[in-house]
Every structure is written in C-alpha cells, then in structure tokens.
Design a protein around this ligand. Structure first.
Ligand code: B12
Ligand code: SF4
Length: 451
C-alpha cells in the first residue's frame, strides 16, 4: 500500500499560494506520521511551502495535516485527491479541535488528537475499504511513545546547501521535542485545548538520542518545538544539565517564567540557549486577565527581559494587538516597551478565535466574530470586532507598529551596543532585522507571511 503525506501551505488574499525557497526550520509532523506507519506501507512526504503537491501521485491513502489558515488549502487538496479516487485522512491541531463535521465533509476519516495510538487502525480500515469516520485518540500516552523520526525525512532542509554553505548551517535549526502540551489556561490557545491542559516530558535519554542523530548529520543548532519546555522546572533542569557539554545551541518558545527562576535561567544559558520566543501578548494586567493569562504578571516583564538579555539570550516577543482593554494608545506603549527592553524581534498577532478554544466560544457568544473564513486565520487579519478602537485604527496601528519596530532607528536602539557574549548569534539577529526592514518596505502588509 502507498501513503502520501502532505503538509499544505496557505492562500494569500489573491488566492495565490504562499511559497518560499528556503525556510529556517521544519516541523516534525510528517516524519512522525511516517515513523508511526507500518513498515509494509510505502510512504512519500511533501511540504507545499517548498515543493509542489502531486495530485496524481500513485497512492492509496493521502494523509493531510493542517494548522491555522492551512486548513482552507488542506480542504481543497483533500477534495482534489478524492476527486481522483484517493482515500483522504485529515488530522492535526485544527482538525482535532474545530467542529468535526466541517473536516469530515472533505475526508474519508479524521484523526482527533495524537496519531500514536490510532493511526495504524485508521490505515488498516482504509486499506480494507472501510472507515469509522472519526478516529479519536482517547487520552495521552507517555511522551516517549512518540517515535524517533528519521531526520532525513525533514521536508524543509536544503541538504546540498547544508553541506556546502556555512551561512545556511547557521540559519537552519533542527527540530526536536522535549515536552508535549501545556498546563496553563490561556483561553485563546490551541495547544492547551488540543492537549486538554496535560503536560508530559520525554525522558532525557530519548532527547539526547535525537541530539546525537542531529549531530551525526552535522547539525548543532537545535529548535525545541515545545510550547512550554519549563512547565516542569525540575525536568527542564535535568534536561539542561544533560545538554551542557553537548556542543549545541538551542532556541525554543517559552513562557516568561524562565526569567523568574535564576537556576533554571542559568542552566538554560549554560546548556546553549541562545534565543527564546516569549508570548508576552499584552502589557496591561487587566487585558491579560480577560484571556486567562493574568499569571504572566506583565508588571515584571521589563526586569525579566533584562535578566534574559544579560545572559546573552535573544528575545523574540510575541504580542497581541486589538485585545479587549487595549486602545489606539496601546500601539505606542507597546513599541516603547519593546525598544526599552531591547527585544531582538517581534511578531504581532491580531486576536484569532481558533475554533474549539474558549476564546472562540466567548467571542461567538458575544457575536464579535466578523470573519469566519478560515483561510484568513493568519497572523494579522482582523477576525474580531475590537472594543477599544475601530477596525481601521487596529489595522493602521498594527502595520505602523511593525514598520516602526523594524525601522533603522529602532533597530539601532534595540540592537546596539553589541553584547559581550554570543556575538555571532547577535549578528544573525541584526541581519534578520535588516532583512525584515527591507521586506516590509516592499510589502507593507506582509504580516501574514512573517515568521
Ligand atoms: C513547527 C510549527 C510551525 C512551522 C511549520 C513548518 C513546516 N511546514 O514544517 C511554521 C513556523 C511554518 C508554523 C507556522 C504556523 N503555525 Co505552527 N506550529 C509549529 C509547531 C511549533 C510544531 C509542529 C510540530 O512539528 N509538532 C510536532 C508533531 C509531532 O506534533 P503535531 O504536529 O501536533 O502532530 C501530531 C498530532 O497533531 C497528529 N497529527 C497532526 N497532523 C496529522 C495529520 C494526520 C493525517 C494524522 C493522522 C495525524 C496528525 O498526530 C501527530 C503525532 O502525534 C506547533 C506547536 C505544537 N506544539 O505542535 C505550531 C502550531 C501547530 N502552529 C500553529 C499556528 C497557528 C501556526 C500559524 C498560523 C502561525 C501562528 N499564529 O503561530 C502558521 C501557519 C502556517 C501556514 N503556512 O499556514 C498552531 C495551530 C493552531 C491551530 N488551531 O491550528 C500551533 C499548535 C501553535 C500554537 N501555539 O497555537 N508552525
Ligand atoms: S503558556 Fe503558551 S502554550 Fe501554554 S496555554 Fe498559554 S499560550 Fe498556550
């Protein structure tokens, strides 16, 4: 039997597809699904961000993953494959937490939750010409049940460039997982919804095996795909101690709490942490409370970010604009805060009511969702009617904050003087700032594709 695993890209407003010729990392979804597939299946993989999906690929089953706005493209691809007589399975975060009937209209089966415990049954049924429709993974097994992937299956690595170009070797980050899920309650978050606020860590030995596999391919720059690698601080400390001396550097998403445990932050730095993406979201406590993120205590943000920066760790701040309680003045306050805190990069998000989250439920009840087209659930489309500003003010403030943050004067304010430690990493972030500056000058509303 033949299986074709597809990660779609997403549509731009003119219906063209977002494409790129290189990307700085690669998800683990498709390689993991391949590793979970019985060995008598032949498996092909494709990531549409970089390559073309072959609708006429000879295969029996097509498995399609989807996150965020990819879902619209995933449905179109599913329809196209089914029109050609292929059996289609949809799975992933969006499919799992959004209303299932919407996905079932485009697929022979959907997998809800992690594939680990249901994928083999689903494939066996489809091979036998039957389907239960919804294959629901009940509960979550130990995180070590997630198989090792074959890193040669990563779809977004440019192998020849990796071999030949030292610049590309600095650029590409090798993905791995330490933990799965998050116990925190942020109401807008698809991760805690998908994992039902559970949290599990893989054993340190399993992670070190992945590190060894990556190093064997010549990789030393790691990206933990975790959403919250420090939710169990003792487990995180054990991992960080084990990474010291491995000769790797790493980046991850991480809550701000890492700055509030000196031992944890110190170990993170010593184990090779060079950059953290931190969901700060908003600076006003009452705004954060409304999205169940009051625990993040924004009054401490500046001090926290100083501590992280003092360790030579770059900060990528993730901020939401247009939340209830924010006004047109919030753009300026946010920009000044980001500059004072000398944040290396920022990603702005308009609030996105992902179907299945509590935030979606709240906004739907309040009749505030103004755009129900899932193709628009990207970083910056206006999906909700804002309370403290008009939609035009939100659009203008959002675009201006991006433009001003990546202006040359702001880059100088944030990135100079050059720190004593991790100078190569710092130089890479200066370059990333300059490239974003040029990109935004050519494409002022390019927030949908900034990542
Ligand atoms: C890597 C990543 C990316 C990379 C992907 C690069 C690539 N193409 O390879 C980049 C940076 C491009 C990216 C972009 C975006 N991402 Co993203 N991303 C991730 C991340 C960090 C890891 C994904 C991963 O590899 N996980 C490891 C694998 C093993 O887990 P998994 O994907 O969940 O797969 C398991 C199950 O879900 C299931 N499964 C998944 N797919 C399928 C398919 C089938 C057929 C089956 C049977 C099972 C199945 O089985 C798997 C094994 O258990 C996740 C966070 C996370 N915790 O997963 C977010 C995440 C998936 N991204 C998300 C989002 C929203 C986005 C963006 C919209 C931007 C944004 N606002 O963050 C964009 C949209 C991309 C686009 N082009 O349209 C959300 C999804 C929310 C939702 N409701 O869909 C997540 C959960 C992050 C979050 N904090 O909310 N992302
Ligand atoms: S801390 Fe991050 S991953 Fe955890 S629930 Fe909040 S937003 Fe989601």
């Amino acid at each position: 039997m033949r299986l074709y695993l597809v990660s779609p890209t997403h549509y731009q407003r003119d219906k063209s597809l977002v494409k790129t010729s290189r990307y700085w990392t690669s998800g683990l979804t498709l390689p993991t699904l391949k590793a979970l597939t019985p060995k008598d299946w032949h498996v092909d993989l494709v990531d549409e961000l970089l390559a073309e999906v072959d609708l006429d690929k000879p295969c029996d089953v097509v498995g399609i993953t989807a996150m965020g706005p990819q879902i619209a493209r995933a449905y179109d691809l599913a329809d196209a494959f089914r029109a050609r007589g292929r059996k289609v399975v949809l799975g992933g975060t969006w499919v799992s937490i959004a209303p299932h009937e919407r996905s079932l209209a485009h697929a022979d089966a959907i997998v809800v939750g992690e594939a680990e415990r249901v994928w083999k049954d689903c494939l066996a049924d489809l091979a036998a010409g039957t389907s239960r429709g919804v294959y629901r993974a009940d509960g979550f097994g130990h995180a070590d049940e997630t198989p090792h992937v074959d890193y040669r299956d990563l779809q977004l690595v440019r192998w020849t460039r990796f071999k030949l170009s030292p610049v590309y070797r600095q650029y590409f980050h090798w993905p791995l997982l330490f933990s799965k899920g998050c116990p925190m309650p942020c109401s807008y978050c698809a991760v805690q919804t998908f994992y039902k606020r559970t949290y599990r860590t893989r054993s340190v030995d399993r992670v070190l095996e992945d590190v060894a596999r990556i190093k064997a391919l010549g990789g030393t720059k790691l990206l933990f795909l975790d959403d919250n690698p420090i939710a169990d601080p003792d487990a995180a400390k054990e991992l960080f101690r084990a990474l010291i001396g491995q000769g790797v550097t790493w980046a991850s998403q991480c809550p701000i709490d890492i700055a509030r445990d000196p031992e944890l932050l110190d170990l993170a730095q010593r184990s090779g942490c060079v950059s953290l993406s931190i969901g700060l979201e908003a600076l006003e406590p009452e705004v954060l409370k409304k999205i169940a993120k009051g625990w993040s205590s924004p009054a401490r943000y500046e001090e926290d970010l100083n501590r992280i920066r003092d360790k030579g760790i770059q900060v990528i701040a993730l901020m939401m604009m247009g939340l209830d309680g924010q006004t047109a003045r919030s753009f300026d306050t946010t920009l000044r805060f980001l500059e004072r805190s000398r944040v290396s990069l920022v990603k702005l998000f308009t609030p996105a009511p992902y179907p299945g989250t509590r935030f979606h439920e709240d906004m739907q009840k309040a009749g505030r969702i103004v755009d129900d087209d899932w193709a628009h659930y990207d970083y910056g489309s206006i999906l909700l009617s804002p309370q403290g500003m008009t939609p035009d003010e939100l659009r203008a403030g959002f675009d201006a904050t991006y433009r001003d943050f990546y202006s040359l004067s702001s880059i100088a304010r944030r990135m100079l003087p050059v720190p004593r430690d991790n100078r190569a990493e710092h130089a890479a972030y200066v370059m990333a700032n300059l490239k974003t500056h040029l990109y935004l000058r050519k494409n002022p509303s390019a927030w949908g594709t900034l990542s």
